[in-house]
Write a protein that binds this ligand. Structure first.
Ligand code: ATP
Ligand code: MG
Length: 747
């Protein structure tokens, strides 16, 4: 059986396990994903299950797509009835099929993070809530955290006035979403979880259907996801979970490595297989990865080895600035492509946070090198695309108030904010949506609103029977969006993007297996949804990369988080600076925790660095900059501790390696910050410094702040009015304060 030929004995054992739950715990690049896909193909090929009996879940849409491609390559079967996707994607699929039982309108829409904030702001307006006191982001976070623990407002334990208020707002938010027929990301999961809980027949149906459930990146499941899996699998369920505790990078979002141990208990797992041979990277890369991660204390413990040679050394470059770093990356990329024969798509540039990509993008653009950014401002998040989607959503579900508010006066049609306020009042009084409240309005404002409603109704009527791309094309024109941006002298790109949306709809239809002439609003028997609704979900859930760029041979730019599970021949990890990577937030949380929690922040960053390093197959480049522009200010960072944790014998410094700090005359930060045993990052607490601006309190001196108490000065940045000071307040955490406002005294 050719399918199994390339597997090593441990992999083979995993792929061909008899029907029982199993946990494959293994390091990066050891073939976990390969094993998972091979198992699916093997189960089907040997007739143990049909495609519709398989459910596989992974973390990104890209990974899900990749999985389907790999399965199709092994087995020529129709994969449409197989459930392969992200947790959100699969829950959406279930809710589409059982909207009635789930208490949702058939055309429910999905709010992405942006939509959710505007929905909260709208709600605040109606209720007269002060957004300064209860920042919308905080409420969104509160709601998300509650839902991820499976808690509805009535279940949340509010212990003080602030939390009681948050619970009331959570409740109001929930009512608004329900009224408008919209769900946010965590609602998809919770709703689907509750649906299975409340419907024994439905639960039994799915438990019988999905004989095999497979989970990739299991270490990153949160409590609700785990419970959803458990409920879906049932008593007789069979879950095949693969994961790597060293790559757990979503603890900040509630992911729990502890789920692995829980899983072994809950499912009485007898089969625990380790894979230790790495097939991805050359020896030097693995040596570096192993050494780095050995600095973490909380590990289940495993080492990787490879048969591949050592390969080239890992190159380290110290740039004078972020511009210089970008220039280095671009020069190297040119060399790799022109002299060493790599494709552009073999090369990835990784960074810790999205804000870092701009300088590199600029450099690549100037050099004429095609590149593709994952994440960042996603295609579907661009304003003009959001507008077009809002029209499409209104065709699908006119009660979607978010979409209504977005486009009722865009392009401008003389509907003022007073009219909207009146409409909102009417809608609130009647308990209906904005769209439905129009009939209750009077006078001139009624007339202009009615014209808008007629436009929506007319578009809905005139697009009946049209396939999806044609429908999208008609809507971007008839809504007036194209004409509007054509008049705008800077609107050229936006018109291009709108047209790109038609392409996106076309390629979506093809990849989802809809026929060219399937009407956009016709129910698909298999997926129990319409192409239009399916496309709108996809727009909310998918990374939404520009369809035109998809097939292009381009350098890949992304955050380390989104690189999880992927591999590239050449990898650049940029911005290896204290405060950036490890991220400063991880450092401050680490100080506030007690011993156990204390280390978590940095350990999670280290796992992230481990993920970054292990993406590389052959060549790995690490770089850091002495100074960089960040959020409009020049910041000076020290070299990341992670660089110093790598063994010298696998590194090659392209710039002379400098001794730390003291030799730079950086006022000997090292030993002045004495936190003794309490110190987590010890003498490396200093993150940044500026050299020019006067400093009333030298770094390392003690200061007192009225609210936070005693602390030690760690760093400065900015100048004049803008000058900020960073202070380590011990148990209160690390804080950046505006020096001119902070009212500090020497302690
Ligand atoms: P990660 O933890 O990063 O997700 P992984 O454990 O899922 O990694 P895979 O992506 O499945 O690893 O495999 C890594 C690479 O090794 C892939 O290119 C895969 O094709 C290759 N590979 C895995 N097993 C073998 C094998 N037995 N023979 C040859 N190549 C293999
Ligand atoms: Mg994998």
């Amino acid at each position: 059986m050719s399918l199994l030929e390339t597997l090593n004995p441990e992999q083979l054992a995993a792929v061909t396990l008899p029907r029982a739950s199993a946990l494959i715990l293994a390091g990066a690049g050891s073939g976990k994903t390969k094993v998972l896909t091979a198992r699916i193909a093997w189960l089907i090929q040997t007739g143990q299950v049909g495609p519709s009996g398989v459910l596989a879940v992974t973390f990104t849409n890209k990974a899900a797509k990749e999985m389907l491609t790999r399965i199709s390559a092994m087995l020529p079967i129709n994969t449409r009835s197989m459930w392969v996707g992200t947790f959100h994607g699969l829950c959406n699929r279930m809710l589409r099929a059982h909207w009635k039982e789930a208490g949702l309108p058939q055309a429910f829409q999905i709010l992405d993070t942006q939509d959710q904030l505007s929905a909260i702001k709208r709600m605040y307006k109606v209720l007269g809530i002060d957004a300064e006191k209860f920042p919308p982001k905080q409420l969104a976070h509160f709601v998300g955290a509650a839902k991820e623990q499976g808690l509805r407002p009535k279940d949340v334990d509010a212990y003080d006035e602030y939390h009681r208020m948050m619970v009331r707002l959570y409740e109001a938010y929930e009512m608004q979403c329900q009224r408008e027929g919209v769900v946010d990301f965590s609602e998809l999961l919770l709703r689907s979880f509750e649906l299975l809980g409340a419907n024994p027949a439905l639960r039994a149906h799915y438990q019988a259907r999905f004989k095999y459930i497979l989970v990739d990146e299991f270490q990153d499941t949160n409590a609700l996801q785990y419970n959803w899996l458990k409920r879906l699998a049932g008593e007789q369920g069979c879950i095949f979970a693969v994961g790597d505790d060293d790559q757990s990078i979503y603890a900040f979002r509630g992911a729990r490595v502890a789920n692995m141990a829980q899983f072994e208990l809950d499912f009485n797992v007898q089969n625990r297989i380790k894979l230790e041979q790495n097939y991805r990277s050359v020896g030097n890369v693995l040596t570096a990865a192993n050494a780095l991660i050995s600095n973490n204390k909380s590990r289940l413990g495993k080492e990787l080895w490879t048969q591949a040679g050592e390969g080239e050394p890992i190159r380290v470059y110290e740039a004078t600035s972020d511009q210089d770093e970008a220039a280095f990356v671009i020069e190297r990329i040119k060399k790799l492509v022109l002299e060493e024969g790599f494709s552009r798509s073999d090369i990835a540039v990784l960074y810790r946070s999205n804000a870092q990509s701009r300088v590199i993008e600029q450099g690549l653009f100037n050099a004429g090198i095609a590149y593709r950014v994952y994440g960042g401002l996603r295609f579907f998040e661009r304003a003009e695309i959001k507008h077009a989607l809002a029209y499409l959503r209104l065709l699908d579900n006119a009660d979607d108030d978010n979409s209504f508010s977005r486009v009722v006066n865009f392009p401008v049609r003389g509907i003022g904010s007073r009219t909207i306020e009146q409409l909102q009042d009417t809608a609130t009084a009647q308990g209906t949506s904005l769209f439905r409240a129009i009939v209750g309005m009077q006078g001139r404002s009624q007339a202009s609103l009615q014209k808008f409603a007629d436009l929506i109704d007319r578009m809905r009527f005139e697009t009946r029977g049209m396939p999806l791309p044609e429908l999208v094309d008609k809507v971007i024109h008839d809504s007036g969006l194209i004409a509007h941006f054509e008049k705008d002298k800077d609107g050229e790109d936006r018109v291009e993007n709108l047209k790109e949306l038609v392409n996106a709809a076309a390629s979506f239809s093809v990849s989802e297996g809809y026929y060219q002439d399937t009407p956009a609003t016709m129910l698909d028997e298999e997926k129990l949804t319409t192409p239009l609704a399916d496309f709108l979900s996809h727009a909310s859930l998918e990374a939404g990369d520009n369809a035109a760029a998809a097939g292009q041979d381009a350098v890949q730019l992304m955050t380390v988080h989104s690189a999880k599970g992927l591999e590239f021949h050449c990898v650049f990890v940029t911005g290896l600076e204290e405060g950036l990577f490890p991220h400063e937030n991880s450092l401050s949380t680490s100080v506030s925790g007690s011993d156990g929690g204390a280390v978590d922040g940095v350990e999670e960053e280290r796992r992230l660095m481990y993920v970054a390093i292990t993406r590389a197959r052959e060549q790995l480049y690490l770089s850091h900059a002495q100074q960089r522009m960040l959020h409009g200010q020049i910041r000076y960072h020290l070299r990341s501790r992670f660089l110093d944790e790598l063994p010298e014998n696998v590194l090659k410094w392209l710039t002379p390696k400098r001794a730390h700090i003291a030799s730079q005359g950086w006022s000997g930060l090292d030993n002045q910050i004495g936190w003794g045993a309490q110190s987590i990052h010890g003498n490396r607490a200093a993150l940044s410094y500026t050299s020019k601006a006067p400093r009333p309190y030298p770094i390392g001196t003690g200061v007192n702040h009225a609210r936070f108490g005693d602390g030690v000065v760690v760093a400065y940045e900015g100048e004049g009015e803008e000058q900020r000071i960073q202070i380590n307040f011990g148990a209160q955490g690390m804080k950046w304060l505006m020096l001119s406002l902070a009212k500090l005294t020497k302690s």
